[in-house]
Design a protein around this ligand. Structure first.
Ligand code: GCV
Length: 711
């Protein structure tokens, strides 16, 4: 549904505090021209060749045209890169240097490259940044490194040109940093143009065809490169009939998108149907062990690479929520994934095979079946049986992107399989881009979680060799993400994928600096102050007024927006809270429940097993407890429910008031859109508060200790 017209962005604010509107009516997000002011005012030299280096040059040239600087190519006879031609001082040099020459070049320009790094330390995407003799230098061994180096300079702004700065070596911690679009080519009768999309239509597809004008896709690629994303999958993992054909007759459309994203270092991936040999190839079977099927995938994949030489690979949702898969042929998911992996291997492609498998036709009366267990039960016996180019894509929690879940135990149980962690930037269960919900603190908690206990490897370490995948929150909305503040989630996804140790508050600061005005040094600025106050803790605020203590799924069935405490209670989806007059929560212990706690390694298997040691925020995920159960802060479960719901609502009231304090300081289009969404957030938070409180009061009969109104 496209509800927002491009005209939604108003003229620039006369105060000049924010300048982010583009002439085509699309919000510039974190790359307004002003973000390039520091670079554009300098004299720079860009050394190197290739598509990505051309992108760097174009970016700098455009900035210079606006801010009065200049940019050169290398002189015919290269000299030292800090003063490449006598009498031509440069403020900035970006140079692509062959790996073998990097130590020498670095020494020549005195950027403090450490010998222990050796040649090749920067890899395909890293860069070295230093400032010496009043020249800022970025060196990279490969073109993508130069591109990421440029965007790092954009982030630094004037501070990239300060006095001296120590040499910094930057390279991504995670190799594959990918966004999955759940975009349909056809408008699906139930899920629409974008499944779980809250930002208008698709930027790739419209009403059954590829969009003719891909300008927006190019702008998207640029935004993604600027935060570190290097792969995009362009269609929904639920692959319907038209979308399945992207693999064959629709390949030209995928190639056109790949052409537009290539200059930003982004490879295109495609979601495919496991049944494609039958549906598209006319074969009688898609059995992964049948020769004809293997040949079909090999031939089809060869054709893909003829059209798109740098194609990234396939994404597959198999045997899940109605999608076809190897179970139909009595084969394992290793057989299924390896079939596609073998077809892709000669070309360097990968298969992202999703681990999101569970029984969505469960009998709610059966308390022994536990959806949380499903991925671990299915996949851990297959550890070590996947090809090297299979990446098992695991949702970060065992259920489905609820506002609070434990980390999926699959991430600690498959040491011989490449694993990617999947996050959901699109806010299916976190307010659908009508609510402010900055998700980076949540993702950061997950990435920093140590499944084997403190001091051991973290989830980020596990994902380093596989990847991080985010379900995109972008659409054709003029603000990209519907809610302008939801742009921060997309930005933060890329940044955390590049460096999972980044502080989410600092990432938000970067985003504010780029997207809104960069205040004078030392002055926090009212816009920045207000945005932090509104956003830093917004995920926890959302958690407070929605489902309590990790219980999840108290949403309206189907569209998943707004409260419906029993909406999923008596359904086949495996999503229950088991509230009765005495207590609430799911018993997932080994002692008396589903045994899910046993899927974790120590210490967590024991921490989660014990209602006393289990972290409060996950108590009801793991335990069915009486309403009078005492939490660690001394409050009872029922009182906690009341308190957090009242508090969460009040925090939204405060958020809205803070935003109103920014009236006149922001682009009116941005201001009005956020304000309108905050009105809805407030209405919805009140509904959550009242329904959840009323529900538990009526079930338990326990009054609020503070006597507040409960209906
Ligand atoms: C794309 C949840 C969502 C579905 C989504 C599915 C998945 O069930 O509600 O819309 O399908 O997850 O991740 O495959």
């Amino acid at each position: 549904m496209r509800t927002h017209e491009a005209a939604a962005i108003g003229p620039l604010d006369p105060v000049g505090a924010v300048n982010t509107a583009r002439s085509d009516g699309v919000h510039a997000a974190w790359l307004p021209p002003e973000a390039f002011g520091a670079i554009g005012a300098r004299h720079s030299l860009v050394c190197g060749d290739g598509v990505l280096v051309d992108t760097v040059r174009d970016e700098i040239s455009r900035a210079c045209a606006r801010y009065g600087g200049s940019t050169d190519r290398p002189p015919p006879r290269p000299a030292s890169p800090d003063r490449p031609a006598a009498g031509t001082p440069y403020d900035l040099v970006l140079a692509l240097v062959p790996a073998a020459l990097l130590p020498v070049t670095a020494a020549a320009v005195q950027v403090g490259y450490q010998r222990r790094h050796g040649a090749g330390a920067l890899g395909e995407e890293g860069f070295l940044l230093a400032r010496h003799a009043e020249v800022t230098v970025v060196l990279a061994e490969a073109p993508a490194g130069l591109l990421y180096g440029l965007f790092h300079l954009v982030r630094l702004g004037e501070s990239a040109f300060g006095l001296t700065r120590p040499t910094e070596l930057h390279r991504p911690a995670v190799r594959l940093r990918m966004l999955d679009h759940w975009d349909n080519v056809d408008v699906h009768p139930v899920t629409g143009q974008v499944e779980r999309g809250y930002a208008g239509g698709s930027i790739f597809w419209r009403d059954g065809a590829r969009r003719d004008d891909l300008t927006r896709v190019g702008a998207y690629g640029r935004l993604l490169a600027a935060c570190g994303v290097n792969a995009v999958s362009v269609n929904n993992v639920n692959v319907h009939a038209t979308e399945a054909r992207l693999l064959t007759d629709g390949l030209g459309d995928v190639a056109a998108i790949a052409d537009v994203l290539r200059p930003y270092g982004i490879r295109v991936h495609l979601s495919v149907s496991f049944a494609a040999p039958v549906a598209l190839g006319g074969l009688p079977t898609a059995d992964p062990l049948v020769d004809g099927v293997r040949t079909w995938w090999a031939d089809t994949t060869r054709d893909v690479y003829e059209s798109i030489p740098d194609f990234g690979g396939y994404v597959v949702k198999a045997d899940s929520e109605g999608q076809p898969g190897p179970f139909a042929y009595g084969r394992s998911h290793a057989d299924g994934a390896n079939l596609l992996a073998d077809a892709l291997a000669p070309f360097g492609g990968v298969v992202h095979w999703r681990a999101f498998i569970y029984d969505h036709r469960q009998d709610w009366r059966d308390r022994s079946t536990d959806r949380a267990r499903a991925a671990h039960d299915h996949f851990t016996p297959l550890d070590g049986r996947f090809r090297d180019n299979v990446i098992l894509q695991v949702k970060h929690g065992p259920m489905d992107f609820q506002p609070r879940e434990p980390v999926s135990p699959v991430l600690a149980a498959m040491p011989n399989t490449r694993l990617a962690v999947e996050f959901q930037a699109t806010q299916e269960y976190t307010g659908q881009q009508r609510h402010v919900c900055y998700l980076a603190p949540w993702w950061s908690e997950v990435l920093g979680f140590a499944p084997w206990g403190d001091g051991g490897p973290t989830v980020a370490d596990v994902a380093a060799g596989g990847g991080l995948v985010g379900v995109s929150n972008v659409g054709d909305d003029p603000f990209w993400t519907g809610h302008p503040l939801a742009q921060a989630n997309l930005y933060a996804f890329g940044r955390l994928a590049w460096d999972p140790r980044l502080d989410p508050v600092a990432v938000l600061d970067e985003w504010i600096d780029l997207t809104f005005v960069r205040p004078a040094p030392g002055c926090p600025g009212p816009v920045r102050r207000a945005l932090h106050a509104i956003m830093d803790d917004s995920w926890r605020t959302y958690e407070r007024y929605t489902a309590p203590l990790g219980v999840g799924f108290m949403v309206r069935p189907g569209h998943h927006y707004g409260p419906d405490v029993d909406g999923y209670e008596y359904t086949p989806w495996g999503t229950y809270h088991f509230a009765d007059r005495d207590g609430v929560g799911v018993d997932r212990t080994r002692t008396s429940g589903t045994g899910f706690t046993g899927q974790f390694p120590p210490p967590w298997r024991d921490v989660y097993e014990s209602p006393d040691r289990c972290p409060d925020e996950l108590l009801l995920f793991f335990h069915h407890v009486p309403y009078g159960h005492l939490l660690h802060d001394g409050s009872t479960v029922i009182q906690h429910i009341y308190d957090t719901h009242f508090a969460g609502y009040e925090q939204v009231v405060t958020m809205r008031r803070r935003w109103e304090g920014l009236a006149g300081r922001l682009d009116p289009g941005v201001y009005d859109r956020v304000r309108e969404r905050l009105d809805e957030q407030l209405r919805c938070a009140q509904e959550w508060r009242d329904q959840v409180n009323a529900y538990f009061f009526r079930k338990s009969g326990v009054p609020d200790a503070r006597g507040r109104p409960i209906h």
